[in-house]
Design a protein around this ligand. Structure first.
Ligand code: GLA
Length: 756
């Protein structure tokens, strides 16, 4: 519901309210964002500047803009906090309320920017400055978020130069800590928490992508907010290009928050009559701690961001050829992998890089779409038909935004590469990016990718993008608009094609891409221990149904870490499960174990993919759960194990106090070979740990771990379920958890009966 009374705007549903007021001079003041409020609260919630603070520039005797929480600050009119808008060479601006409109549903963009969908109403507040520059602020209210954006309209008769324009600016009461998610290739989404002081905290990406360096999503929380309690605000941007976010404590103790396109090298000429549309900024709020905020974000992404076709459609368990084959494969090899994958229970076969042109390594072929007939003598059609006959879906990798200098495309059109005109081509992974602003480049990509999808009945596309851009400022923005246009043209008419976004892993994991691709490859780092932190980072802002997570080989390709297959599976369960390794190298025991993993995931797929995810309290490891209907699945993961361990407890959350539950740990396989010479303590005959018998037993012998079982009431379980003791140097026992370092367990909690 959106209403306007006595100069106050109120956007409100049964969880959230957003309130603003038109001030005496037409300035738009921010009053409240958070829990439900009413018109009567407006004056109660407004800050009270009293006589002010001395040195400020007063707009008139009474008002200094510096004191007020504002929805949009001007420049050169006495608000010395950061401005969301910089025009020309220091052109002053001050926008006054003119009128407003309440639209039904969403107001679509005129440019190709994507946006959230499913709003009942959108408020458009029209402001104008004394030079007749128009500023339209749009607000849509969703179940668990408010989405804002700004549109600048040049109603003057002269060009205007935009040097900086944010999507949203707001001033919140009081002080916060800011949680940001940073990293690099293969170490995405590492969380950092810093206090927001008078100097402020800034996040920025200038790589042309939303980037793995700094995700555009962030959180402001009060000092005393925890995972389960307290107030926090969450922010994100529906945008995949250069972005900028800043929070700064003002001299009077308000926190100004700015979100939008990065002003780095930005310069955009707005001609008379033209408008500039900024991307959407997402704002959410919770008083139920960080988990409460994550629930809000997850709900918003599922309901209002991902393409409606995939909203609650179960995602297939895929096998991907990359880590097992890289560029080296033949049709025979792929078919034997597909057959094996099918036997293990996979539902889709994805052919990754290497199927076209001279693509036998990363130095050649990008930009070309002719199938490599040496590797695939029967073409893609031959392969895809055979794969489909095995009752598998078929998916294909593309990297459409890039070109290798060694490609037919580059030889024909060197001028299509970014940087060509300035003689500034800079290679990254042996490739240039194509200039996606160019219509002919967009057409070339659409024709080729859409053609291949249609000719081969492709079910799934992995859309990769493996380098940062050299485009700056406005050019980078135009290129990302080009990417969106291309995606809309290809996938708009083909909603049933499952699109997985990838940029060397999570280098473009953002809400803009999620508007087209319901899922994104979380990281090229598939080491499960590293993935625990990466996937935990994503969990703050994005639901599990958006994060691709695969089981790969151990020792791991990037870390050389040897981890149990059980843990590799358990980590990937808390994401979209897939397998990415050479199945021909697996032992019988490995295959048996993978089959069981896949069966388990299929049984609980809805719970994992669409359940409510919470990070759990845990004393000695990392723990989380997903809850769907009457089923809760919890995971407990360890990094390094200690000798003489403490007791361990599992702390599930959200169970019904008056219900009875059964809790069962999932039985996992142990490997004889993992026990080395300790084996002599267990079996009566003497065997060499590196001898043939142990090696054979390791590959063939299924040694099942004991399962643990409990039956208890919800109110009892939340105070902690005592788990079987960890191995503590006392020999083998069925009563122990025997895995050692990197051990993990999964617990299925099912409601048995609910009392009145
Ligand atoms: C990127 C992706 C990988 C894989 C390779 C192929 O690194 O993130 O998953 O597709 O490209 O070249």
């Amino acid at each position: 519901m959106i209403r306007f009374e006595n100069n106050v705007f109120l956007l409100s549903n049964d969880r959230l309210s957003y309130m603003m007021r038109v001030g005496e001079y037409g300035e738009l003041q921010h009053i409240h964002f958070g829990g439900i409020t009413y018109f009567e609260d407006a004056s109660e919630l407004s800050v009270k500047p009293g006589l002010g603070w001395g040195i400020n520039s007063n707009f008139d005797e009474k008002l200094s803009l510096q004191y007020w929480p504002l929805e949009w600050s001007g420049s050169g009119r006495g608000d010395y906090r950061e401005t969301p808008l910089e025009l020309g060479e220091g052109m002053p601006t001050f926008f006054r309320y003119k009128s407003h409109l309440i639209h039904k549903g969403n107001v679509p963009f005129e440019c190709s920017l994507p946006g959230a969908h499913g709003a009942e109403e959108t408020l458009e507040i029209i402001l104008e400055d004394n030079k007749k520059i128009g500023l339209h602020l749009f607000y849509s209210l969703y179940d668990t978020a408010v989405v804002r954006r700004a549109v600048l309209v040049n109603n003057t008769d002269k060009d205007i130069n935009i040097r900086k324009i944010a999507s949203s600016q707001m001033d919140l009461n009081g002080k916060f800590d800011m949680i940001t998610f940073n990293g690099a290739w293969s170490k995405e989404m590492h969380m950092e928490t810093v206090p927001v002081g008078r100097t402020g905290v800034m996040i920025e990406s200038t790589t042309g992508n939303s980037s793995a360096f700094h995700n555009p999503g962030f959180i402001l929380k009060r000092k005393n907010t925890t995972e389960t309690d307290g107030v926090c605000y969450g922010f994100n941007l529906v945008y995949s290009g250069n972005h900028y976010e800043r929070a700064q404590l003002s001299s009077e103790g308000l926190t100004r928050v700015i979100q939008g396109i990065s002003p780095n090298n930005f310069s955009w000429t707005l001609k008379p009559g033209e408008k500039f549309e900024t991307p959407e900024a997402v704002l959410s709020w919770s008083d139920k701690g960080l988990n409460g905020l994550s629930h809000n974000f997850h709900h918003f992404v599922t309901e209002n961001i991902v393409p409606p076709y995939w909203k609650d459609r179960e995602r297939p368990i895929l096998f991907n050829s990359w880590e097992g084959c890289t560029f080296n494969f033949t049709e025979r090899k792929l078919l034997s992998l597909a057959k094996e994958a099918k036997e293990l229970g996979c539902e889709m076969f994805v052919l990754d890089d290497g199927w076209f042109g001279e693509r036998n390594n990363s130095r050649a072929g990008l930009g070309d779409y002719n199938v490599n007939l040496k590797k695939l003598p029967n073409g893609l059609k031959g392969l895809s038909e055979k794969i489909r006959k095995m009752d598998l879906k078929f998916g294909l990798w593309f990297e459409p935004e890039a070109v290798n200098p060694n490609s037919d495309l580059y030889r024909a059109h060197p001028e299509w590469a970014l940087g060509y005109q300035d003689d500034m081509n800079v290679l990254g992974r042996h490739e240039y990016l194509l200039d996606l602003e160019k219509q002919e480049v967009q057409d070339y990509i659409v024709e080729n990718v859409a053609g291949i999808i249609d000719d081969n009945e492709i079910d799934y596309v992995k859309w990769d993008m493996n380098r940062n851009s050299i485009a700056l400022g406005a050019k980078a923005h135009r290129c990302i608009l080009g990417v969106y246009s291309v995606m809309r043209r290809i996938f708009g008419p083909r909603p049933q094609v499952l699109l997985e976004n990838c940029a060397s892993g999570g280098n473009r994991f953002d809400l803009g891409m999620l508007c087209f691709a319901p899922q994104t490859w979380g990281s090229d780092d598939t080491d499960p221990i590293e993935r625990l932190d990466i996937q935990r980072g994503y969990s703050y802002l994005y639901p599990l149904s958006t994060v691709g997570a695969h089981v790969s080989m151990a020792p791991h390709a990037q870390t050389l870490r040897q981890t149990p297959l059980s843990t590799r599976g358990n980590v990937a369960f808390f994401g979209l499960l897939g397998y990415e390794l050479d199945l021909a190298e697996l032992s019988q025991v490995d295959k048996f174990e993978i089959k069981e993993q896949i069966e388990f995931y299929k049984t609980y797929r809805k719970v994992f993919q669409f359940g409510e995810y919470s990070r759990l309290y845990c004393e000695n490891g990392i723990s989380m759960q997903v809850a769907y209907g009457d089923t809760v699945i919890a995971g407990l993961f360890h990094k390094l194990i200690n000798a003489a361990p403490d007791y361990e407890f599992l702390y599930p959350t959200g169970l019904k106090r008056n219900a009875f539950y059964t809790i069962v740990s999932r039985a996992q396989l142990l490997r004889v070979g993992d026990y080395g010479s300790l084996l002599k303590n267990v079996i009566p005959v003497s065997v060499r740990p590196d001898g043939l018998i142990v090696r054979l037993a390791n590959r063939m012998y299924k040694m099942k771990e004991n399962t643990e079982k409990w039956e208890a009431s919800g109110s009892a379980i939340v105070s902690g379920l005592p788990l079987a003791q960890l191995y503590a140097g006392m020999g083998y026992s069925e009563e122990l958890r025997m895995e050692g370092d990197f051990l993990s367990n999964i617990y299925v909690i099912s409601m048995k009966e609910e009392n009145e």
